[in-house]
Design a protein around this ligand. Structure first.
Ligand SMILES: Cc1cc2nc3c(=O)[nH]c(=O)nc-3n(C[C@H](O)[C@H](O)[C@H](O)COP(=O)(O)OP(=O)(O)OC[C@H]3O[C@@H](n4cnc5c(N)ncnc54)[C@H](O)[C@@H]3O)c2cc1C
Length: 510
């Protein structure tokens, strides 16, 4: 352990993370003095990798309530309907702000926004930019805006600890190389993204390792829905880390999932076939692979040689992986893709700790419930980034004295391959008590200051506690759904449960 150097700077707000959530929050915090902290370059933000697009009800036949209904259906009984209504209603205005920032969304021949359709959406409502390069286009536009904004100071550093005083977050400790620095802030916003890099097979960048979750957990914040990890059914299985993604929109355009004999794998599984909900398709691909089949996404008949024009990102990812999708089907596998749970926040993005807000994938707002509807996460990042900023700007008064700066843990290497394998094998697409207990036992033996192991342990704990199958959480030993309820806990509560009886966490019954 080392102690952070003495306080050198103070900001109105520190925003950690420069994906869509952090960038939106930082920009909307004007005129407050903002420190924007990002551990990695733009491609370490999942936002820049997004291919599908952003959901918003623009079609005259569509409206926010239909978007909300689809979101609630995907969430399998665990969405917060008030949050769903709020976010879906805010979607068109959020897209409008991106247009103001210069994002050139794709348009149809009449000049209207071109709207794509994705699985489990009842209407065509996905806006995209540069075909399947939406995430890059949007993140680049907001990155340019943030770099030019005079109220934002942007530094490359890693948030290593929250600075708390009497359960009040008063700042944080940053690490740059071996140096640490304590920063005082009127507000701290965590926008650190997801947890996919804790899994061996993931579509997420290495930075998506739940570091914001670990910081909030150690500071005592409430966490929610951690067991709900969405696995994307069609990561391109041709090596690489992260695995490149073959967007769901390919199946929307008619691509089929087949095995090595060309037999469609979704027949007899779901009436919607290849457009079944993402968790159903992920389990079908997982099951076929477990039975020794090789699974492919065949785009040749439905999309054919239009693929490079319609899906330039997928075409280029295939090329880099040595696959020619015009001539051969694309090998695919499920991969950890999105974390529905996170730091429990209210409708303003406030956590249970005064002074701490969270937005984007690291937050658990209640929008996604047990399963995220495709293209709702960029939307949530945009809407909540703004909500957090407005809430912070609306607060009156100064903060308590900060006291002594906290200690920090040593710099972290990349997540260990052993931990990632354990998570994919035992806390993955299909779970059961024996596997989750095995994971909890291994994770209990890791160093107490290992944030990756801490977050992995909390996910395994929540998955062990939820003795039912719901949405993206599939328990082979509890295949049916039980009473719908969210599971929210603090680190101290989880550790007390684990110490008392890992097989029967008392919090799960609360
Ligand atoms: C391949 C792929 C395709 C996707 N496609 C879509 C899609 O089409 N539509 C959709 O809605 N969603 C999609 N998603 C999900 C969506 O991209 C993410 O949920 C969303 O971008 C999360 O945004 P964020 O701002 O919360 O996090 P991110 O964009 O991941 O940004 C996190 C930021 O935090 C920084 N960071 C992390 N830890 C620290 C730390 N300790 N200190 C400092 N900085 C830190 C990172 O460097 C990064 O800047 C996709 C995801 C992937 C991986």
């Amino acid at each position: 352990m080392s102690t952070a150097t003495a306080l050198t700077r103070r900001y109105d707000a520190v925003v950690v993370g420069a994906g869509l959530a952090g960038l939106s929050a930082a920009l909307a915090l004007r005129p407050a003095r903002v420190l924007l902290v990002a551990a990695g370059p733009m491609d370490q933000a999942a936002s820049s990798l997004a291919q599908g697009g952003i959901a918003a009800a623009f079609d005259p036949a569509d409206d926010a309530s239909a978007h909300a209904a689809d979101t609630l259906a995907a969430g399998a009984g665990l969405c917060d309907p008030r949050i769903v209504a709020l976010v879906t209603a805010a979607a068109p205005a959020a897209i409008g702000r991106l247009i103001d920032h210069g994002v050139a969304f794709d348009r149809d021949d009449t000049g209207r926004l071109a709207l794509g359709r994705e699985a489990a959406h009842g209407h065509a409502r996905i806006v995209h930019a540069g075909g399947d390069g939406t995430g890059f286009a949007v993140t680049a536009a907001l990155t340019r805006a943030a770099a030019a904004a005079d109220h934002i100071t942007w530094i490359a550093a890693s948030a290593a600890a929250l600075w708390t005083r009497d359960d009040d977050v008063v700042g944080l400790v940053l690490r740059r190389g071996e140096a640490t620095e304590a920063i005082r802030a009127g507000a701290v916003v965590l926008a650190t993204g997801g947890i996919g890099a804790l899994y061996a097979e993931t579509t997420n960048p290495t930075a998506a390792r739940g570091s914001g979750l670990a910081l909030a957990a150690r500071a005592g914040a409430a966490l929610t829905d951690l067991e709900f990890v969405q696995f994307h059914p069609t990561a391109i299985a041709a090596g690489g880390d992260p695995l490149p993604l073959a967007t769901e929109a390919l199946r929307g355009a008619g691509a089929r999932l087949v095995d090595e004999t060309g037999t469609p794998i979704m027949e007899g599984i779901d009436p919607a076939l290849d457009l079944a909900p993402r968790d159903v398709v992920a389990r079908a691909v997982y099951g076929a692979r477990r039975r020794g089949r090789t699974v492919f996404l065949d785009t040749r008949t439905a999309i054919g040689d239009r693929l490079p024009a319609l899906f330039p990102t997928v075409a280029s990812l295939c090329r880099r992986a040595g696959i020619d999708p015009l001539r051969q089907p694309i090998p695919v596998a499920p991969a950890a893709h999105y974390h529905m749970g996170g730091i429990a926040v209210d409708r303003h993005g406030r956590s249970s700790l005064k002074g701490l807000w969270a937005c984007g994938e690291v937050a658990g707002t209640g929008l996604h419930g047990a399963n995220r509807l495709a293209s709702n996460s960029l939307l949530e990042a945009l809407v909540y980034g703004e909500r957090v900023a407005h809430d912070i700007l609306g607060r009156a008064g100064d903060r308590a004295a900060a006291g002594k700066a906290p200690k920090t843990v040593p710099a972290r290497p990349a997540p260990s391959p052993r931990l990632r394998r354990l998570m994919s094998d035992q806390v993955g697409v299909v779970r059961h008590a024996a596997g989750l207990d095995a994971a909890l036992t291994v994770l209990a033996g890791q160093a107490p200051d290992d944030d990756d192991a801490l977050v992995a342990r909390l996910i395994a704990y929540a998955a062990r506690a939820r003795r039912e199958s719901r949405g993206a959480h599939c328990r082979a030993d509890y295949p049916l759904a039980a009473t719908a309820r969210r599971f929210t806990f603090t680190l101290a509560e989880a550790m007390a449960d684990i110490a008392a009886d890992p097989a029967l966490p008392s919090r799960a019954r609360a």
